[in-house]
Design a protein around this ligand. Sequence first.
Ligand code: HEM
Length: 257
Amino acid sequence: MWLFNSSIGRKVVMSVTGIALILFMTFHGCMNVVALFSAKGYNMICEFLGANWYAVVATLALAALALIHIVYAFILTIQNRKARGNNRYDVTDKPAKVEWASQNMLVLGIIILIGLLLHFKDFWYNMMFAEIVGMEGLAHGPADGFAWIVETFKNPVTVVIYVIWIIALWFHLTHGFWSAIQTIGWSGHIWFNRWRIIAIIYVTLLCLMFLAVILGFAFGCAPSLCCGCGADCTCGQGDLCECAKECVKAVGECCGK
Ligand code: HEM
């Protein structure tokens, strides 16, 4: 079939899976922003997603999309290198107009994959996986996503790695989004530059959502973190931020401290 055998077919597969992954990230980014404002609201979403059959099916579908995207990335890169034969480095002066990201998509993709594995260890393993296999003895419950966020971004090394990860994502996605639109053929003469600007704005907003959560928790200034009362609001049992005093009391009660 042309989707597997031809070069343009493979590019279409990469584009469609890439756009689907961006749509997932949009949902995921919006979901995470809830954690900035409400522990209870965030944990309700985590509970709803949990290890229910529909969430597990969605996770498997997502994993398949990511796998196809990654395998095709390698196939296309190998194919491009073969097509250029031994003359890969004949022209070393890169045309000024070619974006840096477009020439480094595979490297950026590998950095993103490493970040994703770390992210799975921090969250998916402690939450969905822990619930499926009935793991016990973890610091927080499998649906207490809020507590896992607080826990994860307490560590400054993790925060730096996540920030680098988001920057790599920004470069990869700004080029990838625009390039996918070209491949699918939605981009005519007039829309060529418009799509580039739309891609930059969309992906920048998306990355800012993730960064706001990472930095909001890293610096303890997320509104959901008890209005700066200093209490460790990690139990995630409710909105504890009416006022600093209430917060300390409520955290003490619900965490059994
Ligand atoms: C502020 C940064 C982020 C936070 C706080 C966060 C939080 C979470 C949480 C709590 C889960 C576990 C959900 C569950 O298993 O019930 C999760 C899973 C996941 N995250 Fe993130 N995430 C962040 C950034 C990202 C980014 C940038 C990506 C994409 C590149 C991403 C991709 C995923 C994927 C693929 C899963 C597994 C989804 C599934 O189980 O269906 N996350 N994340």
